[in-house]
Each structure stands twice: as C-alpha cells, then as structure tokens.
Design a protein around this ligand. Sequence first.
Ligand SMILES: C=C(O[C@H]1C=CC=C(C(=O)O)[C@@H]1O)C(=O)O
Length: 460
Amino acid sequence: MPHTSAPSASTPRLTVRSWFVDGLTPDAPPPFAGNIPTSSLDFLTQLPTSGFACWVRGRSGLVGIGRRLRLRARGEDRFHDLARQWDELVAAAEVDDRVALMGSGLVGFSAIAFAADSGVDSVIDVPEYILGRRDGRVWLTHVGGDEDPTQPAAQSDELIAGLQLTPTPLRDQRIVSRAPGHVSPERFEEIVALAASRLRSPEAGERKIVLARDEVITAEDDIDVRTVLGRLNAEFPSTWTFLVAGLVGATPELLIGVEDGAVHSRVLAGTYRVQDDPEKEVARARAHLGGRKDSVEHSYAIDSLASTLGPVTEELHVDPEPHLLQLANVIHLASDAHGRLSTRADGSRISPFEVAHAVHPTAAVGGTPRARAMDLISQFEEMDRGRYAGPVGWVDGYGNGQFGIALRCGQLEERNRIRLFAGAGIMPDSEPESERRETDAKFAPMRSALGVDWSPDTSH
Ligand SMILES: C=C(O[C@H]1C=CC=C(C(=O)O)[C@@H]1O)C(=O)O
C-alpha cells in the first residue's frame, strides 16, 4: 500500500488508462501494427525528435511521449516535495489499469538535482503516453488531463491514433566544437591535487571525495537525441539508458530499485580504463582494481550504502565481494545489494523518493564521510552539477520505481548544445593526471554517441 496524501484542490485529476498492445490488429496505426516495437532502433525512428522521456535497459523499459505536466522542486526538501506532489497526483487520478505490471498506470519520469543549493529544478515529468515493455509484453498508457472528461470512454484505437507517430529517419548531427566547461581539464588536475593533499593531511576528516568536470559540445543544428539513445543502448546493453528533462545518458549504476516491496541497488566505485578490448583486459583490470586505492574506495561506497539503506530496509544483503562490471570503455568494481522495503507503523510503504533520499549522495558521487565530502565538493568544484550525479528514473502510482545515478550523461542546454559531465573518486594517493584521464574515459560513451570525432588518450 503506497503512502497516500489527500489531493489539494489544485491537484489535477488525471484520467489514466493502461492496456496491452502486443496483440493489436495489423490495421492499428504505426508503430503498433504487428507486435511492436520490433527493435529499439525501429521504435526510436517512430518517436518525435523531442518531447519524450525514456528509461530503457536492453529491450525493456519505459518511454514517455509528450508531456501532460511537470512537477518541480528545489532545495533541501526537493525529495520530500516531489514525493508529496506525486502522492497527491496519484491520489487524485482516476486509473483504469488492465496491465497491472510495475510501470503501468500513472508513471512519472524524474531527475533530481545533485545538490540542495543547485539552481536547477528537480522534476517529475508526466507524459501523455507511456509505452512499456517488460518480459516480452508491451503496453501503452494514456494520461488524460482533467480538462478532457470524455477520455475514459475513448476506445484504445482512438487513443493510439491520438499519438500520431510518424516515422522520421534518425539523424546524425555535425559537431562543430568541443570546449571545456566551468572546470577545464587543467583546472581539474589542480583541484584533484589540492583535494588529494587535503586528504593526506593528518587533520583531514575526509577520506574520499568525488570531483567532476564538464565540457560543452555544440552541433551545427539540432541534436537528435534518438540517435544518441540508440547508440548508447546498443553499445552499453547492461546500462540504463535515460532521457529526462533533457538529461541524456547511460548509467551503469542503479541507485535504488523498488519493485513490489523489494529493494535493490548496484554500487560502483573503482575504475579501470579500457585501452583497447575489455574482453582481453579483464586480468589486467582485476589486478589494477585489486590494488589498495580502488578496493578501499569501493569499501567506502559499500559502507555508505549499507548504513543509509539499512534504516529503510529489512533483511539487507550486500555482496560479500565485489565483481567486475565490464563496459566498452571502463571496467568497474561493482557490488549488488538486496533487501525488503520497511513498512511504516501505519502499514504504508516508504516511497522510492524517500529511499533515494536516504542513500543520495552515495560515496560513488559524493565521498566519505558524506556531509564533509559535500562541503569539500562545493569548495573545490567551481560548478553547479545540476542533475548530473543526482537520481534519475521513474516512479509509478503503486510505490514502485527505479532511480539510477545520472552518470555518463549530459544536459541539453539548447537544441544544438549539450553539457557533458564526468567525475572520479579522489583518494589520498590519487594522481591528478590519471584521474583526469579517468574522466576522459567516462566522457567517451557520450562523446561517441554524439559523433564527436575524438580519439581518447588511452595510456595509463
Ligand atoms: C563519478 C563518476 O563515476 C563514479 C562511478 C563509478 C566509479 C567511479 C570511480 O571509480 O571514481 C565514480 O565514483 C562518473 O562517471 O562521473
């Protein structure tokens, strides 16, 4: 039972309808004729070039089309404010859900700012249509506004026709510049050196801090995010590919998943930069990641996850040993955690926003100890991270949701301009140049998905 909030008078009364579309007749409008989506690429060409949201891993996930409404929050209470607004929206909605799977019924896509003092809104976007795919089943959800009382009676075919998807070929943008952002590569090395020396000083209370830098990619004309998402999805099948409020990327790290009362999380810390072929470099990566710096760095991330997830879960189990997570550009030390969501005294469930709030920021994006590391980040990093390194994902009206950590991503600032972000965990023995190279390896997925012609420096 999700935690319920009484809707206020101003809460829109949405009419929500979900139904399976994998058995539709061949005369249904495209792309629903004949068991769609046949492949993620086929499906992407059906999407509009903008005005959609997605959370997809492999061939499963959710795609939102159009925008019914946006909920916003800022500041220290942003998680709580979003949770309250979402609960009110859910309580006011009229839902006819014939699918009853996680991610059916009312769904919102959410991206939350990394820091409480960010000048960027944390949001929940509620689309007009949501296409879901899970375990081979495909469903569609229509979200009608309260201005349209006829919607509940509309036939599925009429609702599908309202989607008006017209295939347009995926485009490749011509990149005209790649420029340093607020934190240049040189400045990044300087702040890494400063941070590492601070961590080495006997009076330092911090043991690890994650520092990041940004860069700005400009294209000649509009960036086709469908192309970017298609490439990320194909090249990084084990990651969660996302697009929420212009934040686009493919994260290998699941902050929290809450599904039918089960909670899971995948924590990463410790990185090996792939030089050529990840398959052939596994032994080298294992040796590199077995070193003191990366294993201690990883243990901080595990400790912070276990201590913050503990209060909101029962029977929490964390992998006793990390495993290697192999991606095309980097190999990480990874650990998975599973538990059951605690229930409140009144029997209601804790919302995914609260769980995300409890664990954010993990040591993978903040540091250890958490509060001191956050102070140091704002002292050393000369930028607002915005939604980079914050939680990004979806929630439904039944208390389910998934939030990844927004890594390997960029924020669209204009239709032809995107700001990319990448960071690295800084330890007392960190070498500035090596950490800067690690950020280059973490920029690589977005650079290549955007078609930036650039050969990474692969030397260690
Ligand atoms: C901060 C980032 O990565 C984090 C996640 C995995 C491994 C990390 C590391 O080894 O430093 C980082 O903590 C980023 O990709 O921007």
